[in-house]
Design a protein around this ligand. Structure first.
Ligand SMILES: *[C@@H]1O[C@H](CO)[C@@H](O)[C@H](O)[C@H]1NC(C)=O
Ligand SMILES: *[C@@H]1O[C@H](CO)[C@@H](O)[C@H](O)[C@H]1NC(C)=O
Ligand SMILES: *[C@@H]1O[C@H](CO)[C@@H](O)[C@H](O)[C@H]1NC(C)=O
Ligand SMILES: *[C@@H]1O[C@H](CO)[C@@H](O)[C@H](O)[C@H]1NC(C)=O
Ligand SMILES: *[C@@H]1O[C@H](CO)[C@@H](O)[C@H](O)[C@H]1NC(C)=O
Length: 202
């Protein structure tokens, strides 16, 4: 009895845990779906596909977090009149949180969109059928990171030049790799403990 219950529940349990621990990596369906759709759009325009850039994704998440309490209006997100884009006074901090600085991000593009409940088809057309389509059709962009919070979803485009590479700042490099490893280790240890607890419960 115990073993059949075990085999039934075990895979569910593990995927549930992995999903919690590696949340941004495994459970970002909305973001991954948008990147896939944007890449189909790029292919239809004879442009290279955008590769996922983790630092740009981090910044996109930080910016979505700044926007999250703003309502969707006809002058926000993809409706923003060029030249009136929201400027965040704490932008340098947002960059620093992602181990970035302005010298390797200035050629990138930040495209925020506001769509109630992030309805996937409206999200896509907010990028492909608005002023943002010009950016998506630009061959200088080679990578992208996507983050969302509330009704806001942000696409950050990167280039393969030093000014838009979004590579981790040299000075931060060691620190951030160490932090990432530690975070992962803690996650794995936590997972092992939970698994052991689960086995004992049977
Ligand atoms: C597609 O893009 C490549 C490189 O950007 C270019 O050489 C080629 O002519 C393009 N093809 C079409 C059909 O536009
Ligand atoms: C935006 O909405 C406001 C008020 O809801 C309205 O007065 C304005 O005409 C709208 N602008 C556009 C471009 O639709
Ligand atoms: C963008 O999203 C808004 C919802 O905030 C929607 O009303 C609008 O139709 C969308 N625009 C396009 C071009 O899809
Ligand atoms: C994309 O850009 C090319 C020129 O670089 C232009 O010919 C084409 O019309 C653009 N397509 C769209 C959908 O904007
Ligand atoms: C920004 O990052 C670049 C690339 O890693 C680095 O060369 C530069 O010194 C950094 N600038 C500042 C002000 O931190």
């Amino acid at each position: 009895m115990a073993s059949s219950r075990f085999f039934l529940l075990f895979p569910l349990f593990v995927s549930f845990l992995l999903c919690i621990i590696f949340h941004p990596v495994l459970c970002d369906d909305e973001e991954d779906g948008l990147l896939r759709s944007i890449n189909s759009y790029r292919t239809s325009l004879n442009r290279t596909v955008l590769t996922k850039n983790d630092n740009a994704e981090c910044l996109a998440g930080e910016i979505a977090d700044q926007f999250k309490n703003q309502p969707c209006t006809n002058s926000t997100g993809s409706n923003t009149v060029p030249g009136t884009e929201t400027q965040f006074p704490n932008y340098p901090t947002l960059l620093a949180n992602c181990h970035l600085n302005v010298s390797n991000t200035r050629d990138g593009a930040v495209l925020p969109a506001c769509v109630p409940n992030l309805d996937p088809s409206l999200v896509l057309t907010n990028f492909t059928q608005t002023q943002y389509s010009v950016n998506l059709n630009d061959s200088k962009f080679t990578g992208a990171g996507i983050g969302s919070d509330g009704n806001w979803i942000v696409v950050v485009l990167t280039t393969n030049t030093p000014e838009g590479s979004f590579v981790t700042s040299e000075a931060d490099n060691l620190g951030s790799n160490a932090a990432k490893l530690t975070g992962k280790n803690i996650g794995m240890i936590y997972l092992l403990f939970l698994l052991m607890g689960f086995l004992f419960m049977l």
